[in-house]
Design a protein around this ligand. Structure first.
Ligand code: FAD
Length: 481
């Protein structure tokens, strides 16, 4: 079986399949997991009040949300069921809250309630005093999305799934009406089934199979990360009432202790355009003041943009292709795709099971859990980690308190982190206030020492992202160049 794409969807499907006696390979064009939407999103686990009732989005969001606490506990990934607020500032918006409450109940969301302004002020004191009330979705929360995708992929890999990075699928092998594999940058790979989890490029893969009646509408969202000192600005994701264009500008905390503002939604042409813009920055800063008037936007330390893979049907598309055999499309997985991911994986495995016999791989299946980062470990865990490797005693990233031991774990993980950004996603080294200014050279040094990659060949993320271009006179040796 071949899965195209090692984002949230492809990786969690691979993990789910890894308990069966079946050979699975994941083809990913990037050099590590999270090459697309799963790298740049809100990391909010929605309750399921927002999607239209009777849609796949609604059902899988509610089911996926219920699976999150156990999934994250099993994999050792941070998840906080903080609840989510949708906040109204006018009477007309309050009526929208009542409609959303009713819609959420129809979707089967538990723990929905309306908060009046005084209660809202107590739980979120920095929210504007003009707020008249909020819808509270208590099943909602926030997750460490990067470590979740990494943990799913590493678990799948531990159980025999092969991840092939830098392998872009360029075409499909086709025998009349049957898809028999993929053609990638490295050649032909045969497979009985191909599962298309290519995110914003899922429609391009469908076109390779001759399917023309579906397209992805790429919608860019810009986000601005606040310094950890502003991490307590809100205790949970705070949305404004949605508009036809989307869920609007919001403010939310991360499991890492930062605050983030953003989430505009602009249709773009270029699916690879993850630039942030002066216009987007101004729009986000202006708009977020409706929620938190006193926000100090001088405290922004970084920005990013993600491209949503919005489906032309308005709903997730998860089905066996009708036009050809041997292809399963998992397309249009925009928000709340992360929240729905565990349920999407179950549905896809059911679809696969209706095509081929899936037999459990008795006795050989290993469970898998990420070690906590050294800074997050308990005292007992810290002692044992230090006994194992003195590197846990050497801090490399001062802003995030990440040690050499954490970085070595990433380098020697079941899916080895071999670029600076891969190490950043797995360990958080470089995401803090200095944005890698202090630790990047140290990370390059460690990567070079441990893997034998020459400093000049260390990449930031993609193939064209060298960091070291030369040496100051008198520095560097023949071995290190
Ligand atoms: C701005 C933004 C905010 C969001 N916020 C939330 C949120 O708060 N909560 C929520 O539930 N959801 C949210 N989402 C949605 C969520 O991020 C996605 O639903 C989820 O990440 C989808 O994962 P995926 O694996 O389907 O797609 P992706 O993560 O895009 O993965 C697709 C992968 O396929 C690879 N690929 C593509 N083409 C090829 C090819 N030809 N050959 C090989 N590999 C290929 C890509 O490199 C990529 O790694 C948000 C999305 C965005 C963009």
């Amino acid at each position: 079986m071949i899965i195209i794409g090692a984002g949230m969807t492809g990786s969690i499907i691979a993990r789910e399949l890894s308990v069966y006696r079946i050979k699975v390979a994941v083809m990913e064009r990037s050099l590590y997991v999270c090459g697309g939407q799963s790298k740049a999103n809100g990391a909010i686990i929605h309750g399921g009040h927002d999607p239209e009732p009777e849609t796949l989005k609604a059902r899988l969001n509610v089911e996926g949300n219920r699976m999150f606490p156990r999934l994250c506990e099993e994999l050792g990934v941070s998840f906080r069921q903080s609840g989510i607020y949708v906040i109204a500032f006018e009477k007309s918006e309050f009526r929208v809250l009542l409609r959303l409450l009713e819609q959420g109940e129809r979707n089967g969301v538990r723990g929905l309630r309306i908060l009046k302004a005084p209660e809202l002020r107590v739980s979120e004191p920095k929210i504007s005093r003009k707020a008249v009330g909020a819808l509270c979705i208590s099943s909602g929360g926030i997750v460490d999305v990067h470590r979740l995708v990494i943990a799913c992929a590493e678990h799948a890999s531990m159980n025999g799934c092969q991840f092939r990075f830098g392998e872009q699928v360029l075409g499909l092998l086709r025998q009349e009406k049957r898809i028999e594999g993929v053609i990638t940058t490295s050649g032909e790979h045969r497979s009985r089934l191909v599962v298309n989890c290519a995110g914003v490029y899922a429609d391009d893969v469908m076109r390779m199979a001759g399917i023309e009646n579906f397209c992805i509408i790429p919608r860019k969202g810009e986000y601005y990360i606040l310094d950890r000192a502003e991490g307590d600005i809100v205790s949970r994701p705070c949305f404004q009432v949605p508009t036809p264009g989307g869920k609007g500008i919001l403010i939310f905390p991360t499991t890492n202790g930062n605050g983030i503002i953003g989430g505009d939604s602009v249709v773009i042409r270029d699916k690879a355009d993850t630039s942030t813009t002066a216009e987007g920055y101004r729009k986000v800063c202006r708009n977020v003041r409706r929620l938190v008037p006193d926000i100090d936007t001088e405290r922004i330390i970084a920005s990013f943009a993600g491209i949503r893979a919005v489906s032309s049907t308005g709903d997730f598309l998860i089905e066996k292709a009708e036009e050809v055999e041997g292809l399963i499309n998992v397309a249009g997985i925009a928000s709340p795709g992360l929240s729905a991911a565990p349920a999407i994986a179950r549905s896809v495995v059911d679809l696969i099971g209706s095509e081929i016999t899936l037999k459990k791989a008795n006795g050989k299946i290993r469970s898998y859990r990420l070690n906590p980062l050294f800074r997050d470990a308990s005292d007992t865990e810290k002692e044992s980690l230090l006994r194992e490797n003195q590197g846990y005693g050497r801090v490399v990233c001062r802003c995030e308190n990440i040690t050499e031991g954490d970085i070595l774990e990433a380098i020697y993980a079941p899916i080895p982190a071999r670029t600076v950004d891969a190490i950043k996603l797995r360990t958080k080294a470089g995401i803090g206030r200095c944005q890698g200014a202090f630790d990047m050279s140290r990370i390059i040094e460690i990567l070079t020492r441990e893997t034998g990659i020459r400093p000049m060949d260390v990449l930031k993320n993609g193939r064209e992202s060298r960091i070291v271009y030369g040496y100051l006179k008198g520095q560097g040796t023949d071995e290190t160049r």
